[in-house]
Design a protein around this ligand. Structure first.
Ligand code: COS
Length: 384
């Protein structure tokens, strides 16, 4: 195992680290209060190429590889989660369907716009009756002449309100469902019958919106079936492959958040005096700091290893990607809990970012596949 980080990635990480420190951290609370990211920050993200980390150079992206992406997401994980979420769908679930299974025309048409950040791409799989049971979607697509007509409602769609295109999974054969009955489409926001519905109120993740998308006789050209006619009925597999990809970066950003929480906790433990000495001199606090650091170390190594493996093989990892998401997100939630405990009453106050990390990290155990689904996938792979 060799985790030598190439020079170009080191430079990229340095740039992102500086961006986080100089541009993102100072406005982290403002973004939290206003529930929106300022346009000039989005523009800087575009200039840094952050929307195209996972998109090949031939389509205008940087394609820095899985390890590179993990390193960048680790840095972004150290600040307000909405920033990584803004670039996250274009690099992950909002572009990967087109990248993995799309035809050349679709790649040429959409990927450059996603890579530059001019457009936002989202992933529309989840529905009220299809969360963990993703194959239970009810949205339908029917072929009428030169168009598919999509009807249905998707919910909990990250960045749905600012989406220019959505990868939409719909039933094209109700009997076959996950095995030949679900098709993936690229739907542009200007196609007739596409609407943004309710914007949800959430526990955290402020600055990033989670929406309902409504398809009311939405007219989608035939050529917008991802991968063309031969991919009709193959959309569930496309969706699964897309989700496999994103799980590594979710793990990496959780490692970054946990690291930031550890640093804040160490600092606080050195300064906060109780019973006449800094609380860091008490063994109960030391134990928590030691556990936090140890778990972060393990999670980071796991993340880098799986990412390197993915870069080496060039194909998706299933078992390892689920292991990384499961371990890193569960770890970060434990670390957040300990960070609140070390900070005591201050950890619960909005004056410090601890409570924000605590709320935002809670989602990582749920979205893009719950911890329970990750365990199911790992076990299935073991028992195959
Ligand atoms: N890559 C490629 N194909 C896959 C795949 C993967 N990772 N996982 C499953 N498939 C294929 C299967 O091979 C099967 O096809 P064949 O019969 O031709 O082999 C088909 O897809 C159906 O798979 P399966 O039988 O496993 O479907 P299930 O309904 O049992 O569901 C789980 C599988 C639970 C893994 C799936 O529903 C899931 O991932 N749920 C979580 C969804 C999620 O993460 N949602 C988050 C919101 S979206 S951001």
């Amino acid at each position: 195992m060799n985790f030598e980080i190439p020079e170009n990635l080191r430079m990229m990480v340095e740039t992102v680290r500086r961006f986080v420190k100089q541009d993102l951290e100072p406005i982290s609370q403002k973004v939290e209060d206003e529930d929106r990211i300022p346009d000039e920050i989005v523009q800087k993200m575009r200039e840094l190429g952050l929307f195209g980390l996972a998109i090949p150079e031939e389509y205008g992206g940087l394609e820095i590889g899985a390890l590179g992406e993990c390193l960048v997401y680790e840095e972004l994980g150290k600040t307000n989660a909405c920033f990584r979420t803004r670039i996250g769908t274009n690099n992950g679930i909002g572009s990967q369907g087109i990248l993995i299974d799309g035809d050349e025309k679709q790649k040429q048409k959409y990927l450059p716009k996603l890579a530059s950040g001019e457009w936002i791409g989202v992933f529309a799989l989840t529905e009220p009756e299809a969360g963990s049971d993703a194959a239970n979607i009810q949205s339908t697509a029917e072929l009428q002449g030169d168009h598919w007509i999509i009807n249905g409602r998707k919910h909990f769609i990250t960045n749905g309100d600012i989406a220019n295109i959505a990868t939409v999974m719909a039933l094209t054969d109700k009997e076959k469902r996950a095995r030949g009955g679900i098709t993936a489409f690229v739907v542009e926001k200007d196609f007739p019958g596409f609407y943004v519905g309710t914007i949800e109120r959430k526990m955290g993740m402020r600055g990033s919106h989670t929406c309902e998308l409504i398809f009311d006789n939405c007219k989608v050209p035939r050529e917008n079936v991802i991968g063309g006619e031969q991919m009709i009925g193959q959309g569930f597999k496309t969706a699964m492959r897309v989700l496999d990809k994103g799980r590594l970066t979710m793990g990496a950003s959780s490692v970054g958040s946990a690291q930031k929480l550890l640093e804040l906790s160490v600092e606080y433990a050195k300064q906060r005096v109780q019973f006449g000495k800094p609380i860091g001199q008490f063994q109960s606090i030391q134990n928590m700091l030691a556990d936090m650091a140890t778990q972060i170390y393990a999670a980071r190594q796991m993340c880098y290893h799986a990412a390197s493996l993915r870069d080496e093989r060039g194909t998706a990892l299933i078992k390892e990607a689920s292991m990384v998401k499961l371990f890193c997100t569960e770890m970060a939630n434990k670390v957040a809990d300990m960070a609140v405990q070390i900070h005591g009453g201050m950890g619960y106050m909005k004056e410090m970012p601890i409570e924000r990390f605590y709320r935002d990290l809670r989602l990582t155990r749920i979205y893009e596949g719950t911890s329970e689904i990750q365990r199911l996938i790992i076990a299935r792979e073991l028992l195959k």
